[in-house]
Design a protein around this ligand. Structure first.
Ligand code: ADP
Ligand code: MG
Length: 375
């Protein structure tokens, strides 16, 4: 087990900057997901740890060792890929042991023991003599994971390992991978574009967009305190409602509504923004529908009522913009109705339109830098 540290790590493919300078520390035993849309640089980051891509500049270390120039085989990592890359002509047992036979000087009996243990951990001990073609997708995925486990690496690297499974199996394997992580406690870096996977499995999530690190935080921090507009919009389904507003005295003035802020909040906004043009964000579940309008409610017109079992999603129009409201299943306004929508100041997110930063969640780094420059 080991921590993984990035210092100023950058990756260029020719003139294309795939990853912009990253500073990041993944703690020993931590499960960290790299989450972002396709092309955001997730695999590139993972492949640099694995040694499958050169590091253009900066340093990556595992434990106390800088690994930039260390051969992939000697980095103490094991990788699980999306396409399991099993050897079709070999049995499951041979698939599991082959890598160790090739790259380690472990005795045959030690290897056999590791294979048995991993197979039991994964529930594939009865399939050891089958070929991959005789296995289900889920079992093949387990073999691929087992092949990483038998190496007893310091760090597991997984690149979208569940994307080829159907929804139900995916959910099951999510729990399996978490159980294995709990059991082994091995530092894990997990690449996914699926926010639900990242939110449910990770100790912390690293969000990337276009090769730029957007935020590092626990699932709770990422959801409740998105660092910027990108994260706010990317995380959450249905997505956060976002409105253009202007700070006008003590109110946020938007198209078709005005929202009065408390004095404390007005001060925070003034202190941490350079512009009075802001984006107001409210998650669908933080909006509620009141029986009758009050000073703080906003009038909207119902377009669609979508039942999703425990809840209803209400899609409504507010001055030409769509608003998504998540309400309990017994709240069922009619299409075309005007509803009074309410939200608490505690639940709002505000973003500076120039920097795109969350006004309420300025990065900690600012304080550190201030403290340092004061020395
Ligand atoms: P993700 O895994 O988040 O989908 P990647 O890390 O695969 O993203 O890619 C990040 C960026 O780097 C993309 O713009 C991609 O086109 C580019 N890229 C990836 N691999 C190569 C390569 N071998 N040569 C040139 N560009 C590449
Ligand atoms: Mg990828």
């Amino acid at each position: 087990m080991s921590r993984v540290r990035f210092s100023d790590v950058e990756k260029m493919y020719g003139t294309i900057r795939a990853v912009e300078k990253i500073d990041l520390e993944i703690e020993d035993g931590e499960f960290v997901s790299l989450l972002g849309p396709s092309g955001s640089g997730k695999s590139t980051v993972l492949r640099m740890i694995a040694g499958l891509e050169d590091i253009t500049s900066g340093e990556i270390s595992i434990g106390d060792r800088v690994i930039n120039d260390i051969h992939p085989r000697n980095r103490g990592i094991a990788m699980v890929f999306q396409n399991y890359a099993l050897y079709p002509h070999m049995t499951v047992r041979d698939n599991l042991s082959y890598g160790l036979k090739l790259t380690s000087d472990l005795s045959n009996s030690t290897i056999a023991e590791r294979v048995e243990t991993a197979a039991e951990m994964l529930g594939i001990e009865d399939h050891l003599d089958k070929k991959p073609s005789g296995l289900s997708g889920g079992q093949q995925q387990r073999v691929a994971t087992g092949r990483a486990i038998v190496r007893e690496p310091e760090v597991f690297l997984m690149d979208e390992p569940l994307s080829n499974l159907d929804a139900k199996l995916k959910m099951h394997m999510r729990t399996e991978l978490q159980r294995i992580h709990d059991e082994l406690g091995t530092t894990t870096v997990y690449v996914t574009h699926d926010q639900e996977e990242a939110m449910t499995m990770s100790d912390r999530i690293v969000i990337l967009a276009e090769g730029v690190l957007q935020q590092v935080g626990t699932p709770d921090e990422i959801y409740n305190r998105p660092a910027n507009l990108f994260v706010a919009d990317f995380i959450g389904s249905p997505a956060m409602n976002l409105f253009d507003v202007r700070l006008d005295g003590a109110s946020l003035a938007g198209e078709g509504f005005e929202y009065k802020l408390s004095n404390g909040t007005v001060e925070t906004v003034r202190d941490s923004t350079t512009t009075s043009d802001l984006k107001l964000g409210v998650r669908p579940e933080d909006l509620s529908i009141l029986e009758s309008p009050t000073e703080q409610t906003i009038q909207a017109t119902v377009d669609v009522v979508e039942p999703v079992g425990s809840d209803n999603y209400i899609y409504a129009q507010l001055a030409g913009q769509e608003l998504t409201i998540r309400v309990p299943a017994d709240v069922k306004p009619g299409v075309g109705d005007t509803v009074s929508v309410q939200f608490d100041e505690d639940d709002i997110h505000l973003f500076d339109t120039e920097t795109e930063r969350n006004v309420f969640a300025q990065p900690e780094r600012t304080t550190t830098q201030t403290a340092e420059s004061a020395l």
